[in-house]
Design a protein around this ligand. Structure first.
Ligand SMILES: Cc1cc2nc3c(=O)[nH]c(=O)nc-3n(C[C@H](O)[C@H](O)[C@H](O)COP(=O)(O)OP(=O)(O)OC[C@H]3O[C@@H](n4cnc5c(N)ncnc54)[C@H](O)[C@@H]3O)c2cc1C
Length: 387
């Protein structure tokens, strides 16, 4: 929400503390991420551990959780942080989302006191990195069909199976793994150095390249009974973690869109064709106006959902409304901005196509657009078209 893109003057709707948190994150991103992120993206490598420690120092990891070294910020403050992080790159925001909203939240919400004490403080500082394994090679949108199994063996659990497309898996110290048991789906806190656990980096990604994504193989992985998350019963547990992370995406995607639009306004006002700036053409102004309108609508929606979350009144289908709209519109904005930059639009010297490519992943993960349409459709009709 920066002038002049803040068409609706949303800034004063934020508290002083929210604005301060946003500005501190923006500064960190400007100093530590923006100067390097195009290279990280091109190389397909990101210094995740280093970044995690820097983010940890600032209290960004698990910032909306309380206790165990977490900052206990408001949902709106967390959303604003996601927006600033994703203005640099969706992969960098994903590092923070997966750590805080998926891995840490799962342990914070469903773990034993011992699990919380063991993992959360070091995850909050970024010393330990977490990942969240729900998706499998053959089961993405339909996690209820998962085939990863956990069976009891004496006092232990033994896990077999595999997880695919897992953010942070190749660099993680701890994985929250969801598996089918005789009693239904359960969650496990699995140290990545447990014998039988292997993680392989997925290469040749054309999107989210400044993020580590991997496959996890679980082969006869023996865990003590204490590794099971005691409060996680059934698929609703991992789905509640996804609701947390999707909320961050509602804000984050707009950061990518805002960065595209800021870049494009600056470009269009300085690039001259036919004797005048691109921004002086009515067709260009129509594009810019439509994009700015969608951006502020998305920000209003994110702020509304954030206020509902802070009042403990946010429902999962409302998060679906936000994820569906804001990611879809952010991707439209990124693609439209690319046209205004012409050939430069495909260059890594500008962030626009990188954001657009990243948003293709964001459109798919944490529930595809189609799945969120079905969630909203179910709310409207009372009929489930998918479960
Ligand atoms: C970069 C990246 C990082 C990721 N990180 C993680 C992670 O950290 N942890 C994790 O567990 N997962 C992660 N994922 C996986 C992600 O959540 C899944 O890709 C997503 O849930 C979709 O599953 P799928 O890819 O198997 O697609 P599929 O489920 O095979 O879907 C393919 C297409 O079919 C559509 N479709 C499916 N079912 C229906 C239906 N009933 N009606 C209409 N259309 C339907 C989908 O919308 C989609 O368009 C990540 C993915 C990516 C790309």
């Amino acid at each position: 929400m920066t002038a002049p893109l803040d068409l609706l003057d949303l800034d004063p709707s934020l508290s002083e503390e929210e604005r301060q948190i946003r500005d501190v994150v923006r500064q960190l991103v400007d100093d530590r991420v923006r100067p390097h992120v195009a290279d990280w993206y091109e190389d397909g490598r990101v210094p995740a551990r280093e970044l995690a420690r820097e983010f940890g120092k600032l209290g960004l990891l698990g910032m909306h959780l309380s206790g165990y070294g977490c900052a206990g910020s408001s949902a709106v403050a967390y959303g604003l942080a996601c927006q600033e992080l994703e203005a640099a790159d969706s992969g960098v925001r994903s590092l923070v989302s997966v750590q805080g909203s998926l891995a840490m939240y799962a342990i914070w919400r469903y773990g034993s006191e011992e699990q919380k004490q063991r993992w959360l403080p070091s995850m909050a500082t970024g010393e330990a990195i977490g990942c969240f394994g729900l998706t499998e090679p053959d089961h993405g949108s339909d996690p209820a069909s998962m085939t990863t199994r956990a069976r009891r063996d004496g006092g232990d659990w033994v896990l077999d199976g595999g997880k695919m497309w897992i953010t942070n898996a190749p660099i993680a110290d701890i994985a929250v793994i969801w598996a089918r048991t005789d009693e239904g789906v359960r969650g496990f806190a699995v140290p990545m150095d447990t014998p039988g656990v292997t993680a392989r980096e997925i290469r040749r990604k054309m999107s989210l390249r400044a993020s580590s994504t991997g496959e996890i193989v679980l082969d006869d992985v023996r865990l003590p009974a204490a590794a099971q998350l005691p409060e996680a019963v059934g698929l609703k547990a991992p789905l509640s973690c996804l609701t947390e992370a999707r909320y961050g995406i509602v804000w984050g995607a707009l950061g990518a869109a805002r960065d595209c639009l800021e870049t494009t306004v600056a470009y269009a006002t300085t690039r001259t064709q036919f004797g005048r700036p691109l921004a002086g053409f009515q067709l260009t102004q129509a594009k810019l106006a439509d994009m700015a309108v969608e951006l502020v609508k998305g920000q209003l929606l994110a702020l509304h959902l954030g206020r509902l979350a802070d009042a403990h009144r946010l429902r999962p289908e409302q998060v679906s409304v936000g994820k569906l709209n804001n990611v879809r519109e952010a991707l439209n904005i990124a693609r439209q901005c690319r046209t205004i930059l012409g050939a430069n639009g495909i260059s890594g010297e500008y962030p626009v196509l990188r954001h657009a490519n990243n948003l293709e992943s964001v459109l798919t993960y944490e529930g595809t657009s189609e799945i969120h349409q079905l969630v909203v459709g179910q709310r409207l009709t009372g009929l489930s078209a998918f479960a």
